[in-house]
Design a protein around this ligand. Structure first.
Ligand code: CP
Length: 314
C-alpha cells in the first residue's frame, strides 16, 4: 500500500501482518533503549486540523523512535488561518519533500483528497466521521493480546456510533476478521442502516452486552452533531453509561475498551474505566504507539522500494 487511508483498503492478511510487526514494536517500546532506524533519513510531518492527545503524541513518539525527522505543524498558527486551502497547504509542504504525512481533518474524505495531491505516503489520523484506521488497528491488537485471537468474538460497540469514525473503522476491521459485532445505543445514535456492516443492533444495554467478550464504549461526539438532537447527559448515563450492573451481563472475563478521550459519568463509570482487571484503556494507548510504528515502517518500506525502482533521471 502507498497510503494508509482506511481499513476499507486493507485485506485480512495485511491486517495480520501489520499487527505481527506491531508486536515487535511493543517489545521494543518496553526496553530502556527504544530506538530503531526504520525511518532514518525520512521526514515525517504531522498535520492535525482537529484536537488530539493520543493520536498526535503517539505518531510523534512513533516517528522519533524509528529515527525519522518529525515536524508537528501548528495548524492554529499556520496560513490556513489566512484563508489558504487544505490542498494549497499540502502542496506547499509537498515542495519541501516530506516522506510521511500524518493528517487529521474534520471533514470526511479530506485526507484521501490530500493524498492524491502529494508525492509522499499519507496516513489518515482521523477524517470526520469516515475512518480512523490506526485506532481500529490498535484496538485489534489490544483485543488479540487479551483474547488470544481476533476472530469469532462477540464484540459490542456502544453509544454514539453515528458520529464515530472509530466505530466505522472498527466495524469494518472486526467484520473482515469474522467477528460478531453488536451496536448498542438509541436509534438517534445507532441508525438502522449500520446493519449494512453486518452488525446486529440493540437499543437496550442489558440485551446488547449479554455474553459479549469485548465492550467498546464511545464518547458522545457533540462537535459532529450539527445542531441535531443531543441527549441529556444524566438520562444518557442512566440508560447507556457503562456501570457495574450493565457490565455484569457480559462474559466474566469481558474487557472494557474506550478510544478516548472519555467523559467519566457520561458514557462510562470512572470506577470501571480504572479497574485494572477489566479495563484495557491504558493498554490501548500503549498499543497505539506500536501500531503507528508498524504502519509507518511498512509504508516507508514501500516508499523506498518504489523509489529504488524509479528510473534515474539523466
Ligand atoms: N482516540 C483518539 O483519537 O484520541 P485523540 O483524539 O486524543 O487523538
Amino acid at each position: 500500500q502507498k497510503h494508509l487511508l482506511g481499513i476499507e483498503n486493507l485485506g485480512p492478511d495485511e491486517i495480520i501482518a501489520l499487527l505481527d510487526l506491531a508486536e515487535q514494536y511493543v517489545d521494543l517500546n518496553r526496553r530502556e533503549l527504544k530506538h530503531s532506524d526504520a525511518l532514518t533519513g525520512l521526514t515525517q510531518v504531522n498535520m492535525f486540523f482537529e484536537n488530539s492527545t493520543r493520536t498526535q503524541a503517539s505518531f510523534e513518539l512513533a516517528g522519533k523512535r524509528l529515527g525519522a525527522d518529525v515536524m508537528n505543524m501548528a495548524m492554529q498558527a499556520s496560513s490556513i488561518k489566512k484563508g489558504e486551502t487544505l490542498i494549497d497547504t499540502a502542496m506547499t509542504l509537498n515542495a519541501m519533500h516530506p516522506d510521511l504525512l500524518v493528517v487529521r481533518h474534520p471533514h470526511s474524505g479530506a485526507v484521501d483528497l490530500l493524498s492524491q495531491k502529494v508525492n509522499c505516503a499519507v496516513l489518515n489520523a482521523g477524517d470526520g466521521r469516515h475512518e480512523h484506521p490506526t485506532q481500529a488497528l490498535l484496538d485489534a491488537l489490544t483485543i488479540r493480546r487479551s483474547k488470544g485471537r481476533l476472530h469469532r468474538l462477540n464484540i459490542a460497540i456502544c453509544g454514539d456510533v453515528a458520529h464515530s469514525r472509530v466505530a466505522r473503522s472498527n466495524l469494518i476491521l472486526l467484520g473482515k476478521m469474522e467477528n460478531r459485532v453488536r451496536l448498542v445505543g438509541p436509534p438517534t445514535l445507532v441508525p438502522a442502516n449500520f446493519a449494512e456492516f453486518g452488525a446486529e443492533i440493540y437499543e437496550d444495554m442489558h440485551e446488547g452486552l449479554r455474553d459479549v467478550d469485548v465492550v467498546m464504549m464511545l464518547r458522545l461526539q457533540k462537535e459532529r452533531m450539527d445542531g441535531g438532537f443531543i441527549p441529556s447527559e444524566r438520562e444518557y448515563y442512566h440508560r447507556y453509561g457503562l456501570d457495574r450492573d450493565k457490565l455484569s451481563v457480559a462474559k466474566p472475563d469481558a474487557i472494557v475498551m474506550h478510544p478516548g478521550p472519555m467523559n467519566r459519568g457520561v458514557e462510562i463509570d470512572g470506577e470501571i474505566a480504572d479497574d485494572i482487571n477489566r479495563s484495557a484503556i491504558q493498554e490501548q494507548v500503549e498499543m497505539g504507539v506500536a501500531v503507528r510504528m508498524a504502519a509507518m515502517d511498512l509504508l516507508a518500506r514501500n516508499l523506498r522500494a518504489t523509489r529504488a525502482a524509479e528510473p534515474i533521471e539523466a
